[in-house]
Design a binder for this molecule. Structure first.
Ligand code: BG6
Length: 465
């Protein structure tokens, strides 16, 4: 039997976000964000046409939800403040209803021994700012810094772990390359500008935080280790390195090293797509790097050299002009989400951060398995027996444990997610929670088998097997 014991004070918990859990209610004063707007315009793009107003009603039920967090072993929990709830028009007055809600929610967590981790931006651009270009517009950077400072002033006395963005590459990919977020553009020049402005906004918020706050501030990145089809084929290796530059190092390097990777800069220059910026912007990115890194890990990226290098549209350059995605035979899949499950990826990321990023303090900020149709696993007592999720968690924790044994500076593990929640255009298709939410029964919450497993895991600070 092996004992997988984790370091003292390890963070055990889950992650979620404001837009995916809170819901929207008459009189709550929330302004529209891009999800409210897009759903209104194209409800058919959302699974079963379930929109952002119908998320798990956490706004009204947060006390019950915090009690459930406690029952499932949380000593920490991450959510996000919704910018459009706190400051409905993006830049003006604070909404008093939102202030009361976030204060009460944070206090409830602390009262129950749950350390609040707070993220500032989870894909949810306020609509008045999107109308002026969203992250493409420099004014959004200023608006974001104002919003971030407001959050630090209002909640910084109790929240000691802050994050500037969750997965900033996703609004770039979804909104400006691959059509799964509003504004549904396909424009690499815009994608690069959006990514730069997000990184700049992050640095400026970190600067503001460090001026008068005493906790830690970081960023949460979805790192997808890029594996070449054939490690002995230099063309595959080169292609994988370029994919890594586009999707991982584009945020990882500025966040930790304060500068962009040379290979990415060379490509952007060659494309003549250097984003608009000033020398002061680069200096801000250089100076204001993160204290702590959140790593979201779901799947790796398999890459090969392009089968046909000429296969590109000169009018619409894309990252895939430099590599092909490789459909590796025999890979283990999560069939519902269509994502590969490769547990060792979590180890490889940790070792990369240890060796190439100064072993900065980090934690797993998301990892999880979305499954469709979990009702079929309900037992006679009404509990979902999600043994596959328990196995998924253990399989990843074994590798995480190994990385920690080998010196990785990993402080915790947060699962995605606490209770089933609304996931953008996938809405409630795939369920990720430790706790089931029954939408047909007024969002009734029931702890799944994995929730009880997680409690034991946290109580024992690990597991044996
Ligand atoms: C993560 C995001 O990448 O994946 C979450 O941070 C999201 O917001 C989660 O809900 C699962 O996504 P999906 O697309 O499988 O529903």
């Amino acid at each position: 039997m092996t004992d997988y014991l984790f370091p003292k004070n390890f963070f055990w918990g889950t992650a979620s976000s404001g837009p995916q859990t809170e819901g929207r209610f008459d009189g709550d004063g929330k302004g529209d964000n891009i999800w409210d707007f897009w759903y209104e315009k194209e409800p058919q793009r959302f699974f079963n046409q379930v929109g952002p107003d119908k998320t798990s009603y956490n706004y009204k039920r947060f006390k019950e939800d915090v009690a459930l967090m406690k029952a499932t072993g949380h000593n920490s929990f991450r959510t996000s403040i919704q910018w459009s709830r706190l400051i409905p028009d993006g830049t003006g007055e604070v909404n008093p209803e939102a202030l009361a809600f976030y204060n009460a929610y944070i206090d409830e967590q602390i009262k129950n021994g749950i350390e609040p981790f707070m993220n500032l931006y989870h894909f949810d651009m306020p609509m008045p700012l999107q109308e002026k270009g969203g992250w493409l517009n420099r004014e959004t950077v200023e608006g974001y810094v104002h919003y971030a400072k407001t959050c630090f002033e209002l909640f910084g006395d109790r929240v000691k772990y802050w994050f500037t963005h969750n997965e900033p590459i996703v609004p770039v990919e979804g909104g400006y390359l691959y059509d799964f977020h509003y504004p549904n553009e396909k424009n690499l020049r815009h994608a690069i500008q959006v990514g730069f402005n997000e990184a700049l906004a992050s640095a400026l918020a970190i600067q503001a935080y460090h001026e008068d706050q005493d906790g830690q501030i970081g960023i949460i990145l979805n790192l997808t280790p890029s594996y070449p089809r054939d490690e002995n084929n230099p063309e595959d290796v080169k292609a994988a390195k370029i994919a890594d530059a586009f999707f991982n190092r584009s945020f990882l390097d500025p966040a930790i090293k304060g500068e962009y990777p040379e290979d990415l800069v060379a490509i952007v220059k060659e494309l003549d797509m250097v984003p608009e910026h000033t020398a002061a912007d680069l200096e801000a990115i250089k100076q204001h790097t993160i204290d702590i890194l959140g790593v979201n890990y779901y799947q790796p990226r398999r890459i090969k050299a392009k089968d046909n290098p000429a296969d590109k549209n000169p009018d619409c350059p894309m990252p895939e002009d430099y590599f092909d995605n490789y459909d590796m035979p025999g890979k283990k899949m999560n069939p519902y989400r269509g994502w590969e499950i490769y547990e060792k990826g979590i180890y490889d990321i940790m070792i990369n951060v240890r060796d190439n990023y100064g072993n900065i303090p980090c934690f797993i900020s998301e990892n999880g398995m979305g499954v469709e149709g979990e009702e079929r696993y309900i037992n006679a007592d009404g509990q979902i027996e999600d043994d596959y999720r328990i196995d998924f968690i253990k399989d990843h924790l074994r590798y995480l444990h190994q990385a920690i044994q080998e010196g990785a500076n990993c402080l915790g593990y947060h699962l995605w997610t606490c209770m089933d929640n609304w996931s953008w255009t996938n809405a409630y298709k795939n369920r990720y929670g430790l706790i089931a939410v029954d939408l047909d029964k007024e969002a009734k919450r029931t702890i799944k088998k994995s929730g009880y497993f997680f409690k034991e895991l946290a109580d024992q600070n690990g597991f044996k097997d």
